[in-house]
Ligand binder design. Sequence first.
Ligand code: ADP
Ligand code: MG
Length: 468
Amino acid sequence: VWNNCLEFIKDNIQEQAFKTWFMPIEAIELTENALYIQVPSKFFYEWLEEHYVKILKVALTKQLGPDAKLLYKIQMEKTSGAKQPYTEQLPSTQRGPVKPQELDVPIQNKNPELKNPFVIPGIRNVKIESQLNSNYSFDNFLEGDSNRLARSAGMAVANKPGGTSFNPLLIFGGVGLGKTHLAHAIGVEIKELYPEKTVLYISAEVFTQQYIDSVRKNTRNDFIYFYQLIDVLIVDDIQFLSGKSGTQDVFFHIFNHLHQNGKQVILTSDKAPVDIQDIEQRLLSRFKWGLSAEISHPDFETRVKIVEGILFRDGVNMPKEIIEYVAKNVNSNIRELEGAIISLIAQSSFNKREVTIDLARQVVEKFVKSVKREISIDYIQKIVSDYFQMDTETLRSKTRKRNIVQARQLAMFFAKKYTKSSLATIGSQIGDRDHATVLHACKTVDNLLETDKEFKKFHDDINIKFSM
Ligand code: ADP
Ligand code: MG
């Protein structure tokens, strides 16, 4: 009976719609005048009821006579993640028989008015804007140990969307480490290689908002249908779905549909899948079907590469030691690294200042709280005496030899600059001297920095060590 119904329906609706909405149905029981069909989800049931109830009735009436009834069983996993499937029985809303002439063959989206901002009437002509940012490409996504796996998995997916075992591809890692960039890069690359494919980038937050709107406007089915048209779905920051069970539910449904049809899904999350709170087990288990690739903190070398990449992009030159200084100190994430270097470029060009290590230090301090770590007078004496290859005893001694005096004065100068100690304290720690001596030392250093190139070099070499 059901097969005959299917034949009839198939002849009356579009092939794609038939595949999507009728192939998954299973006929499970037939009584005298009632047919039970099993559908994969409640959405499915609602969609059928909204769009295909008439054709179903006509088909069934042909087979079972005017008293034909249709009953649905809905099969899905319980939200708790229990393996036992449960079924829910729902009656078809359209009770009475429908005469064939009443049938207006269902066309998806009969309503001329746009329900969902994305869905355009006449599904076949839907143009979906990919929402991709072409500034985020593989070319400018620099590779390092921290992102190598995620990057190459992304490349593989881009070359064969839906055709690798990386489905879904889940990219996870802390904030500012490049998840969004990589996700866009994959989408951009797919668009290049397969222009005919429908790619959509969306943040989980916007997805959630759209879903809520669709529920409010009673267009949930359109919402679901729209997402099922996509070939490559990229959902950014899925940790945002935590605790939002309605959205998780609908996403689960869409995910399954896409996955079953060989469509590619790419997800990002700022946590490892196991650490996402309040997310349904069944969704988590889907995430694990493919590949979870972590992006971790970039090492120093990668950070240098990234800084150089930014400078190259902006056509700016900067001394290597400054690049390394910034890369060394801004190690929290790439977004901050970028922020620091851009701010440094801006500072130097606005103020027409050369980029010096001092300027770099000021800028970096704004980005990194930990740079302002305590520098002690002892530590300064150690650094200065190491630099001049003497021991700290010599530095503190009463010697008036020129190079030792200069070393001692530099130590005092740096102690004043980098510690909160009073001049008296500095004096007493660096060889039992008074505050006037320290003040004099600082003035001398200031003068020498202006007049003595060699001395200035000593100063700069040592100064940079306090910045590291
Ligand atoms: P996330 O989404 O993980 O928070 P983003 O993708 O927004 O991080 O990256 C933050 C910034 O760092 C972006 O401007 C991005 O272009 C840049 N970035 C991240 N990783 C790299 C990389 N490997 N090479 C170049 N730039 C990167
Ligand atoms: Mg992001």
